[in-house]
Design a protein around this ligand. Structure first.
Ligand code: C5P
Length: 195
């Protein structure tokens, strides 16, 4: 059985940083699934057709990390046809040997309910906005409003809404440094691997 690590949580909670660090620590490949939705949102035209035609080259488009691309991603991510077009690719990635790390919103609930480790990474709203605003060089108050809008849309949608899997371990990174958050995540994974 491949060892899949599923990391979900709201925008800018630290899940991407933790996912990359876990992948490096355990030598697993990492997929930032948000990038798939960002690429579909940036392609324009019919989002379902864009999701069906998505290639690796589309994930390298410039500007996908911007706040605007995040908003566009969250709008197309609410469409069931977009989500179902992206399922197979994500599942194949998750099930490769010896293991893989995926981060997103529905990895532990929909894409990989059998994942060996499920982390749900959270942080308070102001902390998340401050971190992301510093990263992108934008106004924290504006970022806070954008993150709240995106989280509300991601949580309220009918298709694969943002929520922790019942068996996910919640990791609150509000008062943690990156090193502390990564160390806590490593401990969780090591415990599951030993068990
Ligand atoms: O994680 P990131 O902020 O890059 O995600 C951008 C948007 O893509 C999210 O706001 C969400 O709407 C969508 N998304 C999703 N399911 C995932 C990953 C991202 O719906 N697994």
């Amino acid at each position: 059985m491949p060892f899949t690590i599923a990391i979900d949580g709201p925008a800018a909670s630290g899940k991407g940083t933790i996912a990359r660090a876990l992948a490096a620590h355990f030598g697993f490949p990492h997929l930032d699934t948000g990038l798939l939705y960002r690429a579909v949102g940036a392609m324009g035209g019919d989002p379902v057709a864009a999701a069906q035609a998505l290639t690796a080259a589309d994930l390298a488009r410039p500007g996908l990390r911007s706040a605007e691309a995040g908003q566009a991603a969250s709008r197309v991510a609410a469409l069931p046809g977009v989500r179902s077009a992206l399922v197979d690719f994500q599942r194949r990635f998750a099930l490769q040997e010896p293991g893989a790390v995926l981060d997103g919103r529905d990895i532990g609930t929909v894409i990989c309910p059998e994942a060996a480790v499920k982390l749900y990474v959270v942080a308070d709203d102001a902390t998340r906005a401050g971190r992301r605003a510093a990263e992108l060089g934008v106004d924290p108050a504006e970022m806070l409003a954008q993150l709240r809008e995106r989280d509300a849309r991601d949580s309220a949608r009918a298709a694969a809404p943002l929520r922790p899997a019942p068996d996910a371990v919640v990791l609150d990174t509000t008062a943690m440094t990156i090193d502390q958050a990564v160390a806590a995540a490593v401990v969780e994974v090591v415990q599951r691997r030993a068990g």
